[in-house]
Design a protein around this ligand. Structure first.
Ligand code: EPU
Length: 484
């Protein structure tokens, strides 16, 4: 059976159709799961979705409750981990976003069976890799989602070979994967790079000592997965400590892996002969939650976020408190209220538990509305200020100097036609539009769809005026009248 994309992130929308939860084009609930074969093209960006835009009229305070989805950046490595076993891996709380569709397509292209839950179980997916035939990640998929390189380690560990397209640069920086490659070589893999592909092989990986030159999130995840099936012990130092790494380790341990130290700088993995199936619930998306926190603060609203983990948002909460915001955190919920003037505060992006680079763009929008000057320093990616120019077009006063952006607030924002350049930059533009005077049109919202589940519905549900539209085609010109 073929998967027909029917989510708002899919391609089966009609131009100018505003989708809501009651829209019939959403998946109809059925009582059971079904195995699906996904059309290879479904995850690709279709010309139709390329045309989607948001129209947002600013000025409404956001009031009410928003349920946070599962973390895209935890779900992606978890899905790749299913490659490590021939038994089914059941993942719950998977977000319905385009990157996840792309990863499903990638797994299916290798021969995996991917089962999707429907109706109430629509955020569950079961992946069976008992018949992997094609250990390859093709350029068409990798170019739309760099996280596809996460299959490199698992394929090599399970099948002894992998052919994965080199990702190349992207909008936010060069983003090399040399640390993944060096690490796999330390585990005994032979790696060739030719014709734009990484070709890796190993009879069986063997444990080794890896010291990452630089902290890398997916590098830590890729190598941790590879080492689970290696012969002997692997010690990895200077590892990423992000909650997504910890979540992946929790899944791998349920699958039978022997891992200690995830969440610290040193991870030890005792390789085992075989991993088995498991069921795992993906952690909430801290970046989606953070984006809604800023939406509440900016609009002077009162938002309750549910199904989130405030412990993963410590640096953001602390910074916002410095700006004068009041946040009440529960165990899996947060309430954000803001009725007074924000004060400027500087941020500097760092690896977890520092201020996340994935929240830098959204924070920049906030800084345009704070009283005083905020200095934003981006330390993780070399080109992650693309949103600054678009925010300036809406009236922001931002000066970019290398890795620093100097934001002078408070400047009123006014509506404009703006364009998304990457996932988090898009979120910053949505936030700006929520407080801008007039109707902002945001183009290229396929970037938003990569990582935010039904953002327009969630925002509309708490009072935002937001509409998704396809390209508005000009009326057919009337036949020219004959001029004598
Ligand atoms: N780096 C290297 N060599 C490598 C790997 C990384 O030089 O082999 C460098 C990068 O160029 C960058 C730094 O190390 O300067 C950190 O990159 P990292 O590898 O940690 O990034 P990533 O694993 O590719 C993940 C998230 C990103 C998030 C970063 C940083 C996923 C799927 N992606 O990327 O998420 O920004 O960590 O936290 O987990 C997003 O969701 O919008 C997003 C970009």
């Amino acid at each position: 059976m073929k998967l027909v994309p029917k989510s708002p992130n899919g391609s089966s929308r009609k131009a100018e159709t505003l989708l809501s939860l009651g829209d019939p084009s959403f998946r109809k609930p059925v009582s059971r799961s079904r195995t699906i074969r996904i059309d290879f093209r479904d995850g690709a960006i279709t010309p139709e979705s390329l045309m989607d835009k948001f129209v947002i009229r600013g000025g409404n305070p956001l009031v009410g409750s928003v349920r946070i989805s599962g973390a895209k950046n935890a779900a992606l490595p978890a899905m790749a981990a299913a490659i490590l076993t021939d038994e089914p891996v059941i993942l719950e709380n998977i977000p319905d976003v385009r990157d996840i569709q792309t990863e499903r397509n990638l797994l299916v292209s290798m021969g995996a069976d991917v089962e999707l839950g429907y109706g109430r179980a629509s955020h569950r997916t079961t992946i069976s890799c008992n018949n992997l035939v094609n250990p390859e990640a093709a350029y068409e998929l990798v170019k739309t989602m760099r996280a596809s390189t996460l299959v490199l380690g698992p394929l090599l560990a399970r099948m002894g070979r992998a052919r994965v397209s080199q990702p190349g640069g992207c909008a936010i920086g060069a983003r090399p994967i040399d640390l993944h490659i060096k690490g796999l070589e330390r585990l005994g893999a032979s790696i060739k790079q030719e014709h734009g592909y990484i070709e890796a092989s190993a009879d069986r990986l063997r444990g080794g000592h890896i010291i990452f030159d630089k902290i890398t999130v997916t590098g830590t995840e890729d190598l941790m997965m590879a080492a689970t099936l290696a012969e002997g012990e692997t010690i990895m130092e200077n590892c990423a400590r992000e909650p997504e790494v910890v979540d992946l380790a929790a899944l791998l341990i349920k699958m039978g892996a022997r891992i200690e130290g995830a969440g610290t700088h040193t991870i030890r993995i005792h390789g085992v002969e075989k991993l088995h199936g498991a069921r795992h619930r993906i952690i909430p998306d801290r970046i989606e939650a953070g984006t809604f926190v800023i939406a509440a603060v900016l609009t002077g609203g009162d938002l309750q976020l549910t199904n989130c983990d405030p412990d993963h948002l410590g640096s953001l909460i602390q910074k916002l408190e410095e700006c004068g915001v009041s946040i009440k955190a529960g165990t899996d919920s947060m309430r954000i209220t803001n009725g007074h003037q924000l004060e400027a505060a500087d941020i500097s992006t760092e690896e977890f538990p520092g201020f996340p680079t994935d929240m830098q763009a959204q924070y920049m929008t906030l800084a345009t509305q704070s009283q005083g000057t905020s200095i934003i320093t981006e330390n993780i990616f070399e080109n992650r200020f693309m949103h600054a120019g678009e925010l300036a077009r809406m009236g922001a006063n931002i000066k970019v100097e290398g890795s620093r952006a100097i934001v002078r607030g408070k400047t009123p924002l006014s509506s404009a036609a703006v364009q998304c350049s990457d996932l988090r930059a898009s979120a910053s533009l949505v936030l700006a539009a929520l407080v801008a005077d007039g109707e902002t049109i945001i183009d290229r919202v396929y970037h938003v769809d990569r990582g935010y589940e039904r953002i327009e519905e969630k925002l509309k549900g708490v009072g935002a005026q937001i509409r998704r539209i396809g390209e508005i085609l000009p009326r057919r010109a009337a036949a020219p009248s004959v001029v004598a």
